[in-house]
Design a protein around this ligand. Sequence first.
Ligand code: OOG
Ligand code: NI
Length: 437
Amino acid sequence: MTEWVSPDHIRDRFSKAMSAMYQSEVPQYGTLLELVASVNQQVLNQSPELHTRMQQGGELPRLGVERHGAIRVGTPAELAMLRRLFAVMGMFPVGYYDLSEAGVPVHSTAFRPIDEASLGYNPFRVFTSLLRLELIDDPALREQASAILAERDIFTPQAKALIARYEQQGGLNEQDAEQFVEQALETFRWHEQATVEVATYQALSQEHRLIADVVCFRGPHINHLTPRTLDIDAVQRQMPEYGIDPKAVIEGPPRRQCPILLRQTSFKALDEPIRFADAAEGYHSARFGEIEQRGVALTHKGRALYDRLLAKARQTPAADNAAHQAALQDAFSDFPDDENTLRREKLAFFHYRADPGVSVTPSQDIESLIAAGALVATPMIYEDFLPISAAGIFQSNLGDANRDEYQSRSNQAQFEQALGAQVTDEISLYAEREKPR
Ligand code: OOG
Ligand code: NI
């Protein structure tokens, strides 16, 4: 019997290989990693309590490897093959994000591990967007874009063969797993050489810069990687000292005692030299670095409250990050900020662990078990993304020429048809993991 390499190991190797490739392609990302590691270490040194908690929650070993990345693809066939590629690494489509409302002509999902052990081992996620060509107004340009996309194959023949072998055998042996990581990585590599002439690039770019980014290259280059930080405000503040130009505001909820969901910020996409098919030279900006600070996952009720308070804070346009954070602080004073209240009001999800050292009586209810220390509740980390934040990240990297929202409805069914599978509802996954077993 051959031993298959576990998908968790393949994902771990792949995410490390991707990080190494991206650091060599975008040195500023390496600088960002240094800054994040130093801030995380400071936070852990200053807060032994957090250190202990993260250790107990099994979060410490994954802190340094934890990251997400993002890509954008052009056709249903590309998306469907990516689904099969990510499955080899134990990553499955979770959540549906419609960004057309925010003026970005894509809809997206996140490929990520799902079960407890896999998330604990390496929670690597890839935010994956599909271009919605139907949102291009000009029919001739739409035709041209889809003709260009029809010409390319973003996967190596070996990658496709290994995906098929994985599906057939139910696993990959050591040698195949190693090959797979190497071949899969090729899809995410940067290409200085555009596949189109400069005039085509410009026409597509004028329609939307994102369309040029998706259509004009041989593959869907990874456009950012994102390590997890324990103090996003500190990293945002220190970025300029490290020669990094941060986006204007930190997306998501404000700083809190009990962090919720996800806060994100990025450095602006770099202008990189490219060559066109007609030998013309130019610049393209797509690639950047991002950081994230994750907090507790919210229930439907908690999420509805988050959405409402965020909308309230966003009514006042902010001049800078300080003003934006102040508006958020103000709005989120209505969101309970202690764990017991979050738990009792069913706003957030928790892991429950029994402490067998504490004696209990059969009649004790959950609250008194928790009060006695017989049952320990720890926040369950949010593993997903936020559409308004994602739109903010996209926009800060698409220059200032933002366009208005598209007149289109979100279309999960169309996305799932392209994907060739349904996406899993993220909130139901947290609810499932919270159940006693
Ligand atoms: C994806 C932007 C969204 C996030 O973390 O919300 C994102 C992209 O620019 O392709 O990565
Ligand atoms: Ni991101």
